[in-house]
Design a protein around this ligand. Structure first.
Ligand SMILES: Nc1nc2c(ncn2[C@@H]2O[C@H](COP(=O)(O)OP(=O)(O)OP(=O)(O)O)[C@@H](O)[C@H]2O)c(=O)[nH]1
Ligand SMILES: [Mg+2]
Length: 452
């Protein structure tokens, strides 16, 4: 980390501005070599932008008119000296500026290297570093808000108490191991069990948040399924306000799956309009129906659409789908504008569904609200795990904490509980990329009296 790195920090393509970012011990020197006058002024006035010219040192030619910025570490994003050259946003000119910076002593940064330096210098923990990418890639407002919270350290804050309990109990058990002949004091054991139960509850909530985290990052899959001709494609078009899928009065219109992206209450949604399920279909339509059934298995939410004027279409297969996916299925009775609309002719579970008219845009707001409710029931929490790595760390911690509590409850060997608590501590520390050993040593010594 004692070299100085540089990269184009803005997107490629033509734009009003483009920024070269430089970080490392010679950031100031590099800046001054690229833009001698403005760079010098920027170094004299850290935190301010100075106007000047970037020059090709070998020819003395002006490459671009630029604004220069300099900030001294460690109070910077990477913890190092940081410089920026704001040039015009053309691909060619930015590459020239970057080449000047490299000739002036910087090297090209590797992907993620600025954020990595921020992590190494303790500016960010791992969950915050991951949040940088989530924020940049966020596809919806809620995803962006969640990433922004994580960038601010939300996961660390939400699990700070749990980490402290795990570390302290681990330290407590390790200390007891030094006195193998003595049993653990009863009050201590019951206190540990109580605290572990709190930890378990919180970690379980964190694990549950993963599903929502996935929906936020990848988007929720909402499959529109049901009998042929129920108005599934009409409903898709009405929900996304776009003429996306073909609609026709002949059953079997949709065969391949039609996808469309949309956002519902801050959650990015991918709708999958599927081939209607019906008896007596022929080859291609049957292939489409097979795809429909597969799509159901991957759905976060299924809109099971019925033609409210054709109760006979709610046949055995459809009812089986409703039964086997009842946790994530929302029945929808379409065509409520139809004169033969008869919800009472449907089985109870379907009759309770939302009554809409895709053709007349009736009640679609109610349907949207119900979808949002189903997709974001766990939304209240600040603690949302968004990467597989985070989930793995929390699940591993949870396993060990549960085992340790079990051992303590049945009066088992403290060594065994201590081993599980050590693994739990290490796994939880890995969530943030912390050094659990140092934290535990801190926990042990902080319980010593002053001056000892
Ligand atoms: N009256 C009325 N007719 C509708 C409504 N929604 C759809 N329809 C009609 O129902 C027929 C079938 O509509 P689609 O949207 O193609 O139905 P689908 O479920 O996608 O059909 P498949 O793709 O064949 O399975 C068309 O003639 C639509 O105009 C509605 O709300 N009210
Ligand atoms: Mg269709």
């Amino acid at each position: 980390m004692n070299d100085t790195i540089a990269a184009i920090a803005t997107a490629t393509g033509n734009a009003a501005l483009g920024i070269i970012r430089i970080s490392g011990p010679s950031a100031g020197d590099v800046l001054q070599r690229v833009a001698p006058v403005a760079g010098k002024k920027a170094r004299q006035h850290p935190g301010q932008l100075r106007f000047g010219r970037a020059l090709d040192a070998s020819t003395g030619e002006v490459v671009d008119e630029v604004l220069c910025f300099f900030a001294k570490g460690p109070g910077t994003a990477t913890g190092e000296d940081v410089a920026e050259i704001h040039g015009h946003g053309g691909t060619l000119v930015l590459n020239q500026l970057l080449a000047l910076a490299c000739r002036a002593g910087a090297r090209l940064a590797l992907p993620g290297e600025f954020t990595r330096r921020a992590y190494t210098s303790g500016k960010l923990d791992l969950t915050q570093a991951e949040a940088v990418m989530s924020l940049i890639g966020a596809r919806s407002e809620l995803a962006a808000r969640t990433a922004a919270k994580q960038l601010g350290g939300a996961i660390g804050d939400a699990l700070a108490d749990e980490y402290e309990h795990v570390t302290n109990i681990s330290a407590g058990l390790e200390t007891c191991l030094d006195f193998p002949d003595e049993d653990l004091p009863k009050e201590m054991v019951s206190e540990f069990i109580g605290r572990l139960s709190q930890v378990i509850e919180k970690l379980q909530a964190a694990v549950q948040s993963w599903k929502l985290g996935q929906m936020l990052t990848k988007g929720a899959k909402v499959v529109i399924a049901g009998p042929s001709n129920a108005g599934k494609s009409s409903l898709l078009n009405a929900l996304i306000h776009e003429d996306r899928a073909l609609v026709d009065s002949v059953p079997g219109t949709t065969r391949d799956i039609v996808e469309a992206s949309y956002e519902i209450n801050g959650i990015p949604v991918t709708f999958l309009d599927t081939a209607g399920l019906r008896f007596g279909a022929q080859k291609v339509e049957l292939m489409g129906m097979e795809k429909s059934r597969k799509a159901l298995a991957q759905a976060d939410l299924i809109l099971l659409v019925f033609d409210g004027a054709a109760p006979q279409t709610a046949d055995a297969e459809i009812l089986r789908i409703l039964e086997s996916h009842k946790d994530n299925t929302l029945p929808v009775l379409n065509k409520c504008d139809h004169r033969e609309f008869t919800p009472s002719a449907f089985p109870e579970a379907i009759r309770q569904g939302v009554q809409v008219s895709a053709a007349q845009n009736l009640n679609l707001d109610v349907l949207q609200q119900q979808m949002a409710g189903r997709l974001s029931s766990e939304r209240a929490t600040d603690l949302i795990l968004t990467t597989a790595r985070q989930l793995d760390a929390v699940e591993t911690t949870l396993d060990h904490v549960i085992t340790a509590r079990h051992i303590l409850k049945k009066g088992g060997e403290p060594e065994l509980a201590a081993a599980d608590m050590r693994w739990a501590r290490e796994a939880l520390a890995a969530l943030w990329g912390k050094d659990s050993q140092t934290d535990m040593i801190d926990a042990i010594f902080s319980s010593f009296c002053l001056g000892k």
